[in-house]
Design a protein around this ligand. Structure first.
Ligand code: PMP
Ligand code: GLN
Length: 380
C-alpha cells in the first residue's frame, strides 16, 4: 500500500458531516448549499437521462458543453479560448486537479502551495512525486507577500497550485497579489494550476479575475472550474479545464485514464445552464451575500469576532479573543455540546497550523442559520 494514502485520515468534511448526522447538529461544516439549484437546469438533466444519449460521450466532453464553457468565460472573464483545443470536461474539479498534477509533475519537481489549502492538494502533490513548498498565509487578510514567494520559488519549481477565491478563508486575492504571483510564475517558468471553482461566488460588486488573464500567463495556466459551485449542485461533479493546446494534450492523457468521461446528461444540463442570463448568476451571489450578512451580523451580535468573507460559501471566526487556542477542540465541543458542526481551519495547514480560526458554511436557509445562531448564543 502506498503510505501517502494509507496513512491519511478521513477528510475533515466527511468526519464533520458524519458527526453532525450522529449528533443531530446543524451542519455548517462541509460546504454544500441548502439551495436545490436551478430547476430548469435539473429538468434538462432529467430530460437528457430519459430522452438523451446515455452511452460514453466524447472523451474531451460534449461539444455543446465545451462551446458553452468557452462562451461563458468569454462573457464573464474576457477569456478567449478555443473550445476544440483548449477546453476539457472532467468529473469535478477534483479529477481536474488530480489529472493536472499527475500530468505536469515529475518526481522531484517542486510545487508551490499556499496554506491554508484545500485538503486534497497535498496528498495529490505528494503522490505525483512533487516536493511541496508551502507559502503560509495568516489571518486576518491571508494575503500574498513577496518575501514568502521568494522563499518558496526556486529553479526546481515546476507547478504553482493556487486557489482563488480561497477556501477556507473566503479571500478574493486583489489584482496586486495576482500580479505578484504571475511575475514569479514567469520568472521561474512555472505552470500555474488555478483552482477557481469559487469564481462565481464573489460578493460586494467584485468580479472574478482569472490568473490566466494576466500578462504572460495565458500559455502557462491550467484553469479549473466546477459546475457544482456555479449552480449549487455540488453532487454533480462536472468540472472543466482551460489550458493552451500544448498543456491540454498532456492533461487529456491523464483524464483518459482517470475517468475518461463524465455523465453526458449532466454535461448537457450544465451546457444549458452556463448560457443562462446574467441575472441568474447575479441573483445567486446576491442571495448568498444576504445569507453571509445575516449570519455574520448574528455572530457579531453574539460577541464573536468575524473575519471578512469576500467570496465562497464560508465565513470564519477568530476564536483567540474567546481565550481559545485549539480550533479542533473548540469544534468538537461545538458539535457535541452545542449542536453546530463547523470546520477547524487548522485542518487546512500541513505544518505550523493557525489554530484560532473556525469556518462556517452560510449557504443555508435563514431558518437553519437562525437555529445555529440560537445554539451558539452564550458561547462568546
Ligand atoms: N477545490 C476547492 C477549493 C473546493 O472548495 C472544492 C469543493 N468545495 C473542490 C475543489 C472540489 O470540486 P468538485 O466537487 O467539482 O470536485
Ligand atoms: N469543498 C467542500 C468544503 O470545503 C467539501 C468537499 C468535500 O466534502 N470533499 O467544505
Amino acid at each position: 500500500m502506498n503510505p501517502i494514502f494509507a496513512d491519511l485520515p478521513t477528510t475533515v468534511f466527511e468526519v464533520m458531516s458524519a458527526l453532525a448526522r450522529e449528533t443531530g447538529a446543524v451542519n455548517l461544516g462541509q460546504g454544500f448549499p441548502d439551495d436545490p439549484g436551478p430547476e430548469d437546469v435539473r429538468r434538462k438533466a432529467a430530460e437528457a437521462v430519459i430522452h438523451g444519449w446515455n452511452q460514453y460521450p466524447p472523451m474531451m466532453g460534449l461539444p455543446e458543453l465545451r462551446e458553452a464553457v468557452a462562451a461563458h468565460y468569454a462573457r464573464w472573464q474576457g477569456l478567449s479560448v478555443d473550445p476544440g483545443t483548449e477546453v476539457m470536461v472532467t468529473s469535478g474539479a477534483t479529477e481536474a486537479l488530480a489529472g493536472a498534477l499527475m500530468a505536469l509533475v515529475e518526481p522531484g519537481d517542486e510545487v508551490v502551495l499556499f496554506a491554508p489549502l484545500y485538503d486534497a492538494y497535498l496528498p495529490l502533490v505528494r503522490r505525483a512525486g512533487g516536493v511541496p513548498r508551502m507559502v503560509r498565509l495568516t489571518p486576518p487578510h491571508f494575503r500574498l507577500d513577496e518575501a514568502a514567494l521568494a522563499a518558496a520559488f526556486s529553479a526546481r519549481t515546476r507547478v504553482v497550485l493556487f486557489n482563488n477565491p480561497l477556501n477556507p478563508t473566503a479571500t478574493v486575492f486583489p489584482e496586486e497579489d495576482l500580479a505578484l504571483l504571475a511575475e514569479f510564475c514567469r520568472r521561474f517558468d512555472a505552470v500555474a494550476v488555478c483552482d477557481e471553482v469559487w469564481e462565481h461566488v464573489v460578493f460586494d460588486g467584485r468580479r472574478h479575475r482569472p490568473l490566466m488573464a494576466l500578462p504572460g500567463m495565458r500559455e502557462r495556466t491550467v484553469k479549473i472550474g466546477s459546475a457544482g459551485k456555479i449552480f449549487s449542485l455540488t453532487g454533480w461533479k462536472v468540472g472543466f479545464v482551460l489550458a493552451s493546446p500544448p498543456l491540454m494534450r498532456v492533461l487529456a492523457k491523464a483524464h483518459q485514464f482517470l475517468t475518461f468521461t463524465t455523465p453526458p446528461n449532466l454535461q448537457a444540463a450544465v451546457a444549458y445552464g452556463l448560457g443562462k442570463e446574467d441575472s441568474y448568476f447575479e441573483a445567486m451571489r446576491a442571495g448568498l451575500a444576504r445569507s453571509r450578512d445575516r449570519f455574520s451580523a448574528g455572530l457579531r451580535d453574539l460577541g464573536f469576532s468575524v473575519l471578512p468573507s469576500a467570496g465562497t460559501y464560508f465565513l470564519n471566526i477568530d476564536i483567540a479573543p474567546l481565550g481559545e487556542s485549539d480550533d479542533v477542540a473548540f469544534c468538537e465541543r461545538l458539535v457535541r455540546r452545542h449542536g453546530v458542526a463547523a470546520i477547524p481551519v487548522s485542518a487546512f495547514y500541513a505544518e505550523d497550523p493557525v489554530r484560532q480560526v473556525v469556518r462556517f458554511c452560510f449557504a443555508k436557509t435563514d431558518e437553519t442559520l437562525d437555529r445555529a445562531l440560537d445554539r451558539l448564543s452564550g458561547l462568546a
